[in-house]
Design a protein around this ligand. Structure first.
Ligand code: HEM
Length: 178
C-alpha cells in the first residue's frame, strides 16, 4: 500500500531547508546591497556557509526521496494538475541544487576560497577568473530569484489544498499524523 505521509527524515529535511533557504535568500539580497566593508565579508561568509549547508541537505533529501519515495497525490487532482505538481517539485529540486552550486562556482571564480566556519576549507571548483565570476553572479542571482518564485507558488498551492480543497495534503508534511 502507498504511504499516506512522508517519512520523518523527509519531513525534518523539508522544514529545516525551508527555513534555511528563506534565510539564505534574504541574507544574499542584504549582503549584495552592502558596500565593501568588513561587515559585508562577515555576512557574506555566513551566506556561503548557509548556502553550502543547503547543498549538502538537498543531496541528503534526494537520497531520502529515492529511498522512501513520496505519497500519491490526492485523487481529486486532474492529470494536468498532477503533472504540474510533479514538474514543480522537479524544478524545486533542480533549483535547490543549481543555486548553491552557482554560488560556490562564483566564489571560486572570484578567487575567494570558501572556508566553512573559518575552519574547514572547501576546494575551489574553478580557477580565479573575473569574467567568469561576473557571468556566474548573473546566473546565481537569476536562479535564486527563480527559486524564490517557485517557493512562492509552492506555498500558494499548499495553502489552496489546505483551505480550499481541504484534502489534508499539508498533513503529509507533519511528523505526527492526525
Ligand atoms: C540556497 C542557497 C542560496 C541562495 C538562496 C542564495 C541567494 C543569493 C541571493 C538572493 C543573492 C543576491 C543576488 C543579488 O541580488 O545580487 C546572493 C549573492 C551571493 N551569493 Fe548566494 N545563495 C545561495 C548559496 C550560495 C553559496 C553556496 C555561495 C558560495 C559558496 C553563495 C555565494 C554568493 C555570493 C558570492 C554572492 C554575491 C554577494 C556580493 O558580492 O554582493 N551563495 N545569493
Amino acid at each position: 500500500m502507498a504511504a499516506k505521509a512522508y517519512a520523518p527524515l523527509q519531513v525534518c529535511l523539508h522544514w529545516l531547508m525551508a527555513v534555511l533557504i528563506v534565510a539564505t535568500f534574504a541574507g544574499g539580497v542584504y549582503v549584495a546591497g552592502l558596500s565593501l566593508s568588513p561587515a559585508k565579508f562577515r555576512y557574506l561568509a555566513w551566506h556561503k556557509w548557509a548556502g553550502f549547508a543547503v547543498l549538502l541537505l538537498v543531496i541528503m533529501r534526494l537520497a531520502a526521496r529515492l529511498r522512501y519515495g513520496a505519497p500519491a497525490l490526492p485523487g481529486h487532482m486532474s492529470p494536468l494538475a498532477q503533472g504540474a505538481a510533479h514538474a514543480g517539485h522537479l524544478a524545486l529540486y533542480g533549483l535547490m541544487l543549481a543555486v548553491p552550486l552557482t554560488g560556490w562556482l562564483m566564489s571560486s571564480a572570484k578567487g575567494i576560497p570558501l572556508v566553512l566556519f573559518t575552519v574547514v576549507p572547501v576546494p575551489d571548483l574553478v580557477a580565479a577568473n573575473p569574467e567568469l565570476a561576473e557571468r556566474l553572479a548573473f546566473w546565481h542571482t537569476l536562479l535564486a530569484y527563480t527559486l524564490a518564485a517557485f517557493i512562492g507558488l509552492h506555498v500558494l498551492a499548499a495553502l489552496k489544498h489546505h483551505y480550499l480543497d481541504r484534502d489534508g495534503l499539508l498533513f503529509r508534511m507533519r511528523l505526527r499524523q492526525p
